[in-house]
Design a protein around this ligand. Structure first.
Ligand SMILES: [Zn+2]
Ligand SMILES: [Zn+2]
Ligand SMILES: [Zn+2]
Ligand SMILES: [Zn+2]
Length: 383
């Protein structure tokens, strides 16, 4: 996968702007803009909390005149809300013809709407601007909330590593098993190591041919297993297990897998739109799918989003993405934060925090058995 490298992006921006100082200033401004965005988010939740406090206080005591006044205002607003059927043009009740641009005012009919159009134009624009602002705030709250952690291995109960080679999907039972447990030796009742050619979870013998692998995975797809769909999609992408390479089929399967709950599959759809594989290049759609995957904890997608923000000069937002990705074990994001810090666009605290996050992640995923597997074969590398 194409990686966004911070210094490359900064260098590109250098070429475009031909003055490093300009870039630095611009980026710093954008970083502070992001901080403002965050503070807006805080303000929004603060105001929600404040409003909750207002009604709580009101329940507790009616002595505070200010509280009463606010409550009355809120009630008036609520009444107005309930009676939104007042025509914004003539003031008559029973209006139900909504302004389809801002969705905020109502009219008796198309005539009133037309008459009021010029007067309403400025308000309408303002309503739309506020709605867009609010939507962006809500979107950011969703986007930057801590994602769910990666699941645990069903055998050793340790956190599953982020790196793909640290675990494998087993089409016999539909479980994902960590490299350590796949590699772990199996002993017979006399304590002799036996040839372990079975699934570590369900003890089904490993498939002996591509044909058998193919049959198993198709069977699981029929059972509506989203992970099987995702994996079959990857087989079509790479032309594995005797399948002819077919990117369109891969995209269909990833979409299905994501809709059935394996949202990590959206990351591959994002990649397809980013690079125009099987679909036309569409940056907006790529970001949309990367965001869907990142929100549900896909760390590679999160790293991509950080890279896009760097390209756009939004260092603050990039840092927020990279920080989340580092906590999930993405060493590329850790490297990116290091580079941002080297350029003086992140603080030493940011970088220290990133290093600590990565250490915490390693503490969660490291095990002797996984180390042994990784030492034995590169295909079991897990960090
Ligand atoms: Zn009217
Ligand atoms: Zn309007
Ligand atoms: Zn395990
Ligand atoms: Zn199995």
């Amino acid at each position: 996968m194409k990686q966004h490298v911070v210094y490359a992006a900064v260098r590109r921006r250098r070429v475009r702007n031909s003055a490093h100082l300009v870039i630095t200033k611009e980026m710093k401004e954008s970083a502070s803009q992001t901080i403002n965005t965050t503070s807006t988010i805080n303000t929004v939740s603060d105001s929600i909390n404040n409003n909750m406090n207002i009604s709580n206080n009101n329940k507790a005591t009616n002595n505070d005149n200010n509280t009463l006044e606010v409550t009355e205002q809120l009630q008036t607003m609520r009444v107005a809300d309930n009676n939104v059927s007042i025509c914004a043009n003539c003031g008559k009740e029973g209006a139900n013809n909504i302004c389809n641009k801002c969705q905020q005012v109502k009219y008796c009919n198309a005539v009133c709407k037309k008459v009021h159009k010029k007067k309403h134009k400025k308000d309408c624009g303002e309503h739309q601007r506020l709605a867009a602002e609010r939507a962006a705030e809500l979107h950011d709250i969703e986007l930057f909330k801590p994602p769910p952690p990666k699941e645990d291995c069903p055998i050793c109960f340790l956190r599953m590593p982020y790196l793909g080679s640290g675990s494998k999907y087993k089409s016999c039972c539909g479980k994902v098993i960590c490299s350590g447990c796949i590699y772990a030796p199996v002993y017979d009742s006399q304590g002799n190591q036996v040839d372990n050619q079975k699934c570590a979870f369900c003890r089904t013998p490993n498939p002996k041919s591509d044909e058998e692998s193919k049959k198993r995975i198709f069977k699981r797809v029929e059972l509506n297993d989203p992970l099987a769909m995702y994996n079959l999609g990857c087989c079509y992408r790479d032309g594995l297990n005797g399948l002819t390479q077919d990117y369109v089929k891969a995209l269909e399967l990833w979409q299905q897998a994501a809709e059935l709950g394996f949202t990590g599959a959206y990351s591959h759809i994002g990649y397809a739109y980013e690079n125009g594989i099987g679909v036309g290049v569409d940056e907006k759609k790529a970001t949309h799918y990367y965001e869907l995957a990142a929100i549900e904890g896909n760390i590679a997608a999160r790293n991509k989003l950080g890279g896009s923000e760097i390209d756009a000069g939004n260092v603050g937002r990039a840092l927020m993405h990279f920080m989340i990705a580092v906590r999930g074990g993405n060493d590329k994001s850790l490297q990116a934060i290091k580079e941002i810090y080297t350029y003086g666009l992140a603080t030493k605290e940011d970088y220290t925090k990133a290093l600590q996050s990565y250490q915490t992640y390693l503490g969660e995923i490291k095990s002797d058995q996984r180390d042994k597997a990784a030492a034995a074969h590169d295909c079991y590398r897990y960090y």
